[in-house]
Design a protein around this ligand. Structure first.
Ligand code: SF4
Length: 427
């Protein structure tokens, strides 16, 4: 890469030295020449077409399937997504079916994947597509980007993979490949870095096959006839996921190693440049599992916000230095309108659930409730609904991963009722 040049600071007319100018952003033309672009496209497409991983959504060529899979794949491994994707598509086979489904059914199909706002946005966008486009996924980039929950990455994936449009995309895998390929010193988290990475991705994605075939008649290299934006974008993501790994990338088998500046420098793992990570804040949360025989009280969170629309045992953030018992009494009064001090509570093992922006430290307590009905005087605050749910069959409701884990644990704790039966003398 040619060295960057910068003019030395000149004294101002008043004789004062001006403030240091901001570093010039790296111009794209200095990062990639046209022959390099052609090399990279050709090498990556040949590698991808030679044998990529088998993924069910790739066989369908259907924008709805690609959209659902791309939303599921954000922050989730391909192996985990496979089963979720198959079930989701069986349950909601069309955009119209998704739009018409009860919100609880959609969240239940998403249970365990996390990031539940994505499921809610998916359904809201499906409703928009039905209302505005007769249930057919739009092809216009502006229209796609205007749908709820569809950001530049997802729009680029759908437009290129489903419709063969020359649309760029950028995810963690692509960022890593591009950063190493051109040894970028800009952090992808900075505004300048974001612009640069997007520009690089857009410069690399090839034109649609038909346009490339026309170009071929005017003398373009033969490989371009096979170029396809969707394959190229998938190839970039696949390379990042399987070869250009965060640690110990397998450069020996990489189709881009001849063009890769980080590899030439022998310094691959220091790219992409990272900002210093701040530790995630910790939130302590008291959690009440109110159990009656095989049933537990679950409450529905409001639609907006964290875990919106999902069901959970009652929770309340604890105050600094607050003891679990005191937090439990406060939870009873503030969330349920109940005085819980009369009932013995059993402490369960605390556990941690890590979110992208905070760590939730749960302090669960179990109370065996004597009645088979909802507690009299129950007054919900911070929740939209309540019901007693069979511990063995909670799958019909949307549950986050920590709730499923907690309910499994509770199912293994003998209830006071069953203990009484076991210890009572035989008549
Ligand atoms: S040569 Fe190595 S560092 Fe460069 S893109 Fe390939 S796997 Fe990544």
């Amino acid at each position: 890469m040619p060295p960057r040049t910068r003019k030395p600071a000149q004294p101002s007319a008043a004789g004062q030295t001006p403030k240091s100018p901001k570093p010039e952003p790296t111009p794209l033309s200095k990062l990639l020449s046209l022959p390099e672009i052609e090399d990279i496209r050709g090498a990556l497409l040949r590698w991808y077409r030679h044998g990529h991983r088998d993924m069910p959504w790739r066989k369908l060529g259907d924008p709805y399937a690609i959209w659902v899979s791309e939303i599921m794949l954000q922050q989730t491994r391909v192996d985990t997504v496979r089963a979720y994707f198959q079930r989701f598509m069986q349950r909601f086979p069309t955009i119209a079916a998704l739009a018409a489904a009860p919100a609880d059914a959609v969240l239940a199909s998403w249970s365990g994947l996390g990031y539940y706002a994505r499921a809610r946005n998916l359904q809201a966008a499906a409703a928009d597509i039905v209302a505005q486009y007769g249930g057919e996924f739009p092809r216009d980039p502006q229209a796609v980007r205007a749908l709820p929950g569809i950001g530049p990455y997802t729009a680029g994936a759908i437009l290129s993979i489903a419709f063969g449009q020359q649309a760029a995309l950028l995810d963690g895998n692509v960022i890593r490949v591009l950063a190493r390929l051109r040894a970028l010193s800009e952090s992808p988290d900075s505004a300048e870095g974001k612009r640069l990475y997007w520009a690089l991705s857009a410069a690399l994605v090839p034109p649609p096959a038909a346009a490339a075939a026309d170009a071929d008649q005017s003398g373009a290299p033969g490989d371009l006839r096979r170029n396809d934006p969707g394959d190229f974008n998938q190839a970039l993501m696949e390379l990042g996921a399987t070869v250009c790994l965060p640690q110990r990338p397998i450069c020996l088998i990489c189709p881009l190693r001849l063009d890769c500046l980080a590899h030439k420098r022998g310094d691959v793992e220091s790219f992409p440049r990272k900002k210093a990570a701040r530790p995630a804040p910790v939130v302590n949360v008291v959690t009440l599992v109110l159990r009656c025989a095989e049933q537990v009280l679950l409450l529905k969170r409001p639609a907006a916000g964290l875990w919106g629309g999902l069901w959970e045992p009652a929770t309340l953030p604890m105050q600094p230095e607050e003891a679990a018992e005191a937090a439990l009494l406060r939870l009873g009064r503030e969330r349920l309108g109940l005085e819980l001090g009369l009932w013995p509570a059993q402490a369960l093992a605390p556990f941690v659930h890590v979110l992208s922006h905070r760590e939730m430290h749960f302090v669960p307590l179990l109370i065996d409730w004597p009645d088979a009905t909802l507690p009299a005087g129950l007054r919900l605050a911070g929740y939209d609904d309540a019901q007693l749910v069979d511990l063995r069959l909670p799958q019909a409701l949307g549950l986050s991963a920590w709730v499923m884990t907690l309910l499994r644990r509770v199912a293994a704790v003998p209830s006071k009722e069953s203990e009484r039966h076991q210890t009572s003398p035989t008549p």
